[in-house]
Write a protein that binds this ligand. Structure first.
Ligand code: NDP
Ligand code: BG6
Length: 487
């Protein structure tokens, strides 16, 4: 294995696409603003559109100026000087050869594929044929890596034929979110939680990723994937892994990823009975979200579809730590609020010493980790309610709060884009927060099992009004297990 030098160029395929414009180019600009881009570092944006460098820069500048942070002219002068634009078809060696003059003498280029995954294999072949893929170059792949286990293997094999696994950076942008990394710190930089982090003390775990946005114009992509493959296979299973994994020996990429993959392998296979009793699919119909009327998915798409825009299910991890602890996962579009939250529900006290008056107030502890919209960690603890009462004390549950919001206050402070952390890691060659091939494939194996079980059970999406918390079955499935969602 060759050493990992700091990269000196990033080639951004799909450089004028939606992801590049909304996330990647602003992230690189902010990294430059904070002094993280190495001296001489260059950005070569490429797409097929015939555009001059000037026109490309005008577009990027307008995008940055429209952001709430505004444009800093000094940073822009430095950043724009790093940027080049090349019009090329990435899928042919002749097209990719147009990049060659821009990569003369470059030791460690990053090839970032912000392209449709169906092109990944051909782009890698073209890079190799054009002699641009060296053993120090890195390749960054956006999700989704395939649509199921088989198609993900095809992509992994074709990329792997050109780049070694330790040069492949599979992005799951949730791993770049501040609170997701804070979850690792919370678990492994404190002695407090680890002894409690198991089936002796934890009753269940809830992971919710709720979005108010609909699918809109993305439906041609979404209709092939649905909530199960678009969100649960990647972002939600990654969150589950970080909650459930054993402590890694260190933060080396493979130490962390070995532990995550063990969790994925321990997920109990979904059966037809689980599909019926422990999962629900939904699809939004017209409704009201945030006071505004919203179309149904069928109206957005123009015709009926049997894809899920909402999914809720119970996952079980068959290992010593988590046996008997259900993990309830739910995600959906057009829900009443934007919320990404992990809730660790602890068991109640074994015996109450407080008598009948306080019995109903005694609620078990809960650790709530909010990722979005605010980044916040709260531990709900029982306290004595202030004041005096006849016959004993009254209890109340109050949060011990670790508000990360405060960290964003003060001059110049801002909330980082998740891609900033990840791009910086690619530049320095640290793949801890990227997804290894076996992780992607294990996640697909489990998700394929869910999709097969749904098919066997004939489970179709149930309608839910935009602005509601999903179909009634989402409540029934958790209530059947004697628990309730925290809405
Ligand atoms: P877009 O369709 O907006 O952009 C695709 C880009 O690829 C365009 O710049 C297009 O430009 C270029 N392109 C297409 N075909 C070729 C080709 N043969 N050779 C060279 N360039 C080509 O897609 P997105 O930016 O939305 O998505 C890109 C990737 O990121 C996908 O894998 C997607 O799943 C993933 N992703 C996107 C997210 C988002 O929020 N947008 C979120 C998470 C993942 P031109 O037509 O000029 O060639
Ligand atoms: C993307 C999905 O990966 O994540 C989108 O394709 C989803 O459908 C998005 O909207 C959510 O990301 P975030 O960071 O806004 O929660």
């Amino acid at each position: 294995m060759a050493e990992t030098p700091q990269a000196d160029v990033i080639v951004l395929f799909g450089g004028a696409g939606d992801l590049a414009r909304r996330m990647l180019l602003p992230s690189l600009y902010f990294l430059d603003s904070d002094g993280f881009l190495p001296e001489g570092f260059r950005l070569v944006a490429t797409a097929r559109s015939d555009m001059t460098r000037g026109a490309f820069l005008d577009m990027v500048r307008a995008d940055l100026a429209a952001r709430p942070e505004g444009l800093d002219e000094t940073v822009w002068a430095r950043f724009s000087a790093r940027v080049e634009y090349v019009a090329a078809d990435a899928t042919s060696p002749e097209g990719v050869a147009a990049l060659k003059p821009h990569l003369e003498g470059v030791r460690a280029p990053i090839f970032y594929l912000a392209l449709s995954p169906s092109l990944y294999g051909r782009v890698c072949v073209a890079l190799a044929a054009a002699g641009l893929a060296s053993d120090e170059s890195r390749i960054v792949l956006e999700k989704p890596i395939g649509r199921d286990l088989e198609s993900s293997r095809v992509i992994n094999v074709s990329v792997g034929a050109v780049f070694d696994e330790d040069r492949i950076f599979r992005i799951d942008h949730y791993l770049g979110k501040e609170t997701v990394q804070n979850l690792i710190a919370l678990r492994f930089a404190n002695t407090l939680f680890e002894p409690l982090w198991n089936n002796l003390t934890v009753d269940h775990v809830q992971i919710t990723v709720a979005e108010t946005e609909g699918v809109g114009e993305r439906w041609p992509y979404y209709d092939e994937y649905g909530a199960l493959r678009d969100m649960l296979q990647n972002h939600m299973l990654q969150l589950l892994c970080l909650v459930a994994m054993e402590p890694p020996a260190d933060m080396e990429p493979d130490s962390v990823r070995n532990e995550k993959v063990k969790v994925l392998r321990s997920l109990r296979r979904f059966t037809r009975a689980d599909a019926q009793a422990a999962s629900i699919r939904g699809q939004y119909t017209p409704g009201v979200v945030g006071g505004k009327t919203a179309k149904g998915y069928e109206e957005e798409r123009g015709e009926p579809s049997d894809i899920d825009t909402f999914v809720a299910l119970r996952a079980d991890i068959d290992n010593w730590r988590w046996a008997g602890v259900p993990f309830f996962l739910r995600t959906g579009k057009r829900l009443p609020e934007r919320r990404t939250q992990i809730a660790i529900q602890f068991k109640g006290v074994p015996h109450s010493i407080f008598g009948n008056a306080a019995k109903d107030d005694l609620t078990p502890n809960r650790l709530v980790i909010d990722l979005q919209p605010d980044e916040d960690i709260e531990l709900l603890l029982m306290n004595k309610a202030p004041g005096i009462t006849q016959g004993g004390i009254r209890l109340q549950s109050l949060p011990l709060s670790l508000s990360l919001l405060k960290a964003y206050q003060g001059p110049g402070a801002r909330r980082r884009i998740a891609y900033e952390r990840l791009l910086l890691d690619v530049i320095v060659g640290n793949s801890t927060l990227f997804v290894r091939r076996d992780e992607v494939e294990e996640a697909w194996r489990w998700v394929d099992g869910v999709a097969d079980a749904w098919k066997e059970a004939g489970l179709t999406p149930k309608p839910y009004a935009a602005g509601s918390w999903g179909p009634a079955g989402a409540f029934a499935l958790i209530e059947r297990a004697g628990r309730a969602w925290y809405d």
